[in-house]
Design a protein. Structure first.
Lengths: 275, 270
């Protein structure tokens, strides 16, 4: 199944899925001699949760960073809500970026600020709202992620899961249309992972956001994904629903689904003369 | 092979040089465009406290002991030559023009420069700077300008503080311990140390503050991944600042001495 299969009529989620809001057209990116993305084209549609899977170092996070222009492509174009954004200056990007929420892999909370100040940060920076109003919104967002009451804690006093949830509260502070999740469940136990997955689904239901999730966690893929795309050696090699992923006959996709390495991949770790 | 390597290294150096000046330009632009917004001044005050207040003890100790060492070492020679009453001239001119600005800047580079690079470097490797950008805030405005301004404005003030500490401590050695009469000591000192000397010291410390703020922030922003990257950036920042201070000091001294001679002629202190 190749990229950009536009509609899946049988999909029950299709009714809430709209036109593309983010599009990468022929994007290539190289870091030194390493070519991470090779002529990648993909569309992300309004209201859809797209999960990007792929091996470590395949360039999944690089795609997320191109979507908010934290990285610029060597060639190709990035469009968001009908505007080309890869040629914009940092100042021009300010307005574009307020439409996005970004949950970073480790939360990326500001160490020197409290939980409340972290969540309030986008509100203070981009709105003229009164302090009491901001405090109310902060409390509401923290309640959504199940952490109301931790306002005065510093990030260093939180567990990994709590940091990610605070990061999520900060990401949704401005009620963005598009939320990007960079490995939201990595490093968490299965229960905490499930809480994060439920949160993503809840935001999807309540805010009808467009979500783009980078993950290795196949349980997450099955639970939250409307659509799965797989990145391998700088190209998308699969684009389909989670159900189509389960029955895919693409070798690397099968390996991912089954969580199994090939014999030649294991050869290096086997001792000589032993099976 | 050798030519290729030299070419690549030259290319990398020129690229880094260009990147540094672009960083300086962006900082300067934000300084002027952001100076009318209260939300930006709100960010500066904590940095003033961090760079200024917390540096006072170390700057006081540096100034005091440099003043005392100068006095102890100069006294015997000046006394033997019959110029002991003019010791304040030597001591205060050295402090105001040379040792005050240089040593205060070096202490500031060690205490503040290293901390700034480490702080921004850690923010960089933990994606906090990316998070700022992703939320539509310019990290130059939010992180660099307040820290840079604190270094630029407070380096001259801390230098002045070091000068005062050194001068008082040196006077205590000269007048209090070596029994040099107070009135001639003060008279010769006041006569020799002119506004020009104070001005040269001020300009030096302003430029040193610029170097500390800009280089420390730049290195933090462009450090490599991991703890090793942050550690290396701190070392590189301190070494670069220290060398830059010494080189710039030489050129300012040469230029200011030449300019003084051109404007006012040779100035004899004896």
């Amino acid at each position: 199944m190749m990229p950009e299969s536009d509609t899946r009529q049988s999909d029950p989620s299709a009714s809430r899925i709209g036109a593309p809001v983010v599009e990468l057209r022929g994007v290539s990116k190289r870091f030194g001699s390493l070519e991470v993305l090779r002529d990648v084209s993909v569309k992300f549609r309004r209201g859809e949760t797209t999960v990007i899977i792929g091996a470590s170092g395949a360039g999944k996070s690089v795609i997320l960073k191109h979507i908010v222009s934290l990285l610029k492509p060597d060639s190709g174009e990035v469009h968001c809500r009908g505007e080309r954004i890869d040629t914009m200056t940092e100042r021009e990007l300010v307005a574009v970026r307020t439409h996005f929420g970004f949950l970073f892999q480790m939360g990326a909370l500001f160490d020197s600020l409290t939980v409340a100040q972290n969540v309030a940060f986008p509100l203070v920076e981009h709105t003229q709202r009164a302090a009491s109003d901001i405090a109310k919104t902060v409390s509401e967002k923290l309640r959504m992620v199940g952490l109301d009451g931790l306002q005065e804690k510093k990030p260093a006093q939180l567990s990994g899961g709590q940091r990610k949830r605070v990061g999520l509260a900060r990401a949704i502070a401005l009620d963005p249309e598009i939320i990007l999740y960079d490995e939201p469940t990595t490093g968490l136990d299965p229960i905490r992972s499930d809480i994060i997955n439920e949160l993503i689904l809840k935001l999807q239901r309540e805010l009808n956001v467009t979500s783009i999730v980078v993950t290795h966690d196949m349980a997450s893929v099955r639970k939250i994904g409307d659509r799965v795309v797989m990145l391998h050696e700088g190209k998308f090699i699969f684009d389909g629903s989670p159900e189509e992923m389960e029955t895919s006959d693409v070798k690397i996709v099968r390996q991912f689904v089954e969580g199994r390495a090939e014999d030649e991949q294991l050869a290096g770790i086997r001792m000589k003369g032993k099976p | 092979m050798i030519i290729t390597t030299i070419g690549r290294k030259t290319n990398n150096s020129l690229e880094a040089f260009g990147r540094f000046w672009m960083f300086c330009l962006r900082t300067t632009r934000w300084m002027f465009t952001g100076m009318f917004q209260y939300r930006n001044w709100r960010l500066v005050m904590p940095q003033f406290y961090e760079v200024g207040n917390r540096s006072l003890p170390v700057i006081a100790i540096t100034g005091t002991f440099v003043g005392m060492v100068l006095a102890v070492q100069a006294y015997d020679q000046l006394h033997a030559a019959g110029f002991a009453e003019r010791m304040g001239v030597l001591l205060n001119l050295t402090l105001v023009q040379e040792l005050g600005p240089v040593l205060a800047a070096v202490m500031l580079a060690g205490r503040v420069g290293g901390a700034l690079t480490a702080e921004l470097g850690t923010m960089n490797v933990t994606e906090q700077i990316d998070a700022l950008r992703a939320m539509g805030s310019d990290p130059i405005r939010y992180l660099v300008v307040p820290r840079f301004l604190a270094c630029l404005i407070l380096c001259p003030m801390l230098t002045l503080f070091a000068d005062v500490c050194g001068s008082l401590a040196g006077s205590w050695i000269a007048v209090g311990l070596k029994d040099i009469p107070y009135e001639p000591y003060t008279y010769y000192t006041m006569d020799a140390v002119a506004k020009w000397d104070m001005g040269v010291g001020f300009i030096k410390s302003l430029i040193f503050g610029w170097i500390i703020g800009m280089v420390a922030c730049y290195k933090g922003f462009h450090c490599r991944a991991g703890a090793e990257g942050v550690g290396r950036a701190c070392t590189e920042a301190f070494v670069a600042i220290f060398i830059a201070i010494l080189i710039v000091d030489f050129f300012i001294a040469t230029f200011s001495t030449g300019l003084y001679k051109m404007l006012y002629g040779f100035k004899s202190l004896v």
